[in-house]
Design a protein around this ligand. Structure first.
Ligand code: FES
Length: 457
């Protein structure tokens, strides 16, 4: 992990950090996890998605407000502030809002005050600033301008968004002029880097976890076939950020914007972490597995010697545990589904502490950096009763059901519906758009759309 050091300034303090990481990770490694507040009740927010998809890491950087610090590389001398720290907004404002919560129902803050125009202007000018977001840059220190120029990539027969196993399988079966794009620089998907890290680890950990080894093999096969296609254009490090009905996409690579048009689009952008419903599920220090992969593999988050609680089951649970173990963390595992006997015996062989028969009840923060998780006996315990069990940890990874990444298809007219038999929310197809894999509620590498030409791989 040796790398050059740089100094950044956080709210008047000088912090030393690695030069090859993001602002959010640099702050985390300097014991600052609380990056922002929720706009309505001012609840503390920390890194949540680590993929530029939420608002939890928005901070003021070199006087520019609303910067996503989970994707911003550190730079010597950077000035970073929480944008609402110390404002009237903080604790007093939360008390006022909580007392009057009956008058501010869910949706109030983003749906109301849009019409008529003079009310909207009043809201934007007077009320929104109270939440601490959106203060304009200091005129003495203007923000850096975007140096990217919009460019039009033209029209493709098919645009495939996402180069995980499902997107690559779709590319294999798609002819004509095809563009594949992914926010990672390399094709392979959200888990690929994490699995590769395990494959490179000298301990041979993948040999013990067949589930992980076969997932990596599937990805390697898909990548190999994909690289043999010289008629497909691949754009790495590129994200679809907006859809324009009926056939347009706005793409972003760094600060550079591009547009592209398509005859048909295959949406294989994978899924977003969800942590489940329990009190404290927004506590800073709680992560889903996909965010963990980015923080550990992409940003090099240092977890050596840290206590990490992992809760859940399935591929992401075992992958998170193996990745954390090989990164030097001290594991504590709560397996919610014991139907993986091979993985459980591999974990026992590695002396991982395993707990079963527990249901997560709540998580709360204590001290500045620690979490306390409370568990109750789960319903399958045959009526077993017992007092609540608490565990203390530095970081908790919750591997719950994910939800499709859906913003852009939604803008293009598809719908998101709950289909419990498919494991959660599913994107419906539209005439020009087909969703596959996790983006459609299916497993990675499996096309879930019956209307698609793309079949299960
Ligand atoms: S956008 Fe940075 S944590 Fe979600």
């Amino acid at each position: 992990m040796a790398s050059d050091k740089v100094s950044i300034r956080f709210e008047g303090k000088t912090l030393e950090c690695r030069s090859d990481t993001t602002v959010a990770v640099a702050l985390w490694e300097n014991d600052v996890r609380h990056l922002s507040h929720s706009p309505k009740y001012g609840r503390p927010r920390g890194v949540t998605c680590a993929r530029g998809h939420c608002t939890a890491c928005l901070m003021r950087v070199d006087s520019t407000p609303n910067v996503r610090t989970c994707e911003l590389a550190v730079r010597e001398g950077m000035e970073i502030e929480r944008q609402d720290a110390g404002a009237f907004y903080a604790a007093p404002m939360q008390k006022v809002l909580a007392a009057g919560s009956a008058f501010f129902p869910v949706g109030f803050y983003y749906k109301w005050f849009t019409k008529p125009a003079f009310v909207s202007r009043f809201f934007l000018d007077r009320i929104r600033p109270l939440t601490g977001v959106g203060r304009l840059p200091d005129t003495s220190n203007p923000p850096k301008t975007d140096d990217g120029q919009p460019a039009d990539l033209g029209r493709f027969d098919t645009v495939i968004v996402g180069a995980g196993p499902s997107g690559l399988a779709a590319a294999e079966r798609t002819g004509g002029r095809v563009l594949v794009l992914d926010d990672h620089e390399q094709p392979g998907g959200q888990r690929y880097g994490a699995l590769q890290r395990l494959a490179d680890h000298p301990g041979g950990i993948l040999d013990r976890f067949e589930l992980l080894r076969s997932a990596l093999e599937r990805m390697e096969n898909a990548r190999e076939k994909f690289s043999a296609r010289d008629d497909v254009t691949f754009l790495g490090g590129t994200r679809a950020i907006a859809g324009y009905h009926p056939d347009g996409l706005l793409l972003r690579k760094g600060n550079h914007l591009q547009t592209v048009r398509f005859d048909s689009m295959i949406w294989a952008a994978g899924a977003l972490d969800t942590l489940g419903l329990f009190p404290g599920n927004d506590t800073p220090g709680l992560l889903g597995p996909r965010a963990l992969y980015r923080l550990l593999v992409r940003d090099g988050l240092d977890v050596r010697g840290k206590n990490v609680l992992v809760v859940g089951s399935g591929l992401d649970f075992w992958l998170s545990a193996a990745l954390l173990d090989t990164s030097g963390a001290r594991l504590n595992l709560v397996v919610t589904d014991t139907g993986s006997p091979d993985e459980i015996s591999a974990a026992v062989d590695r002396n991982w502490p395993l707990n079963t028969g527990l249901e997560l009840h709540s998580i709360s923060g204590y001290g500045k950096q620690h979490l306390r998780a409370a568990f109750t006996p789960d319903a399958s315990g045959g009526g077993r009763t017992g007092s609540r069990l608490t565990m203390e940890t530095d970081l908790a990874v919750i591997c719950d059901r994910a939800k499709p990444a859906y913003d852009v298809p939604y803008q293009l007219g598809t719908d998101l519906s709950l289909q419990p038999d498919l494991g959660g929310f599913v994107l419906s197809d539209s005439p020009s758009l087909v969703a596959v894999g996790e983006a459609a509620g299916g497993l990675p590498g499996v096309a879930a759309s019956p209307a698609s030409e793309v079949e299960s791989i």
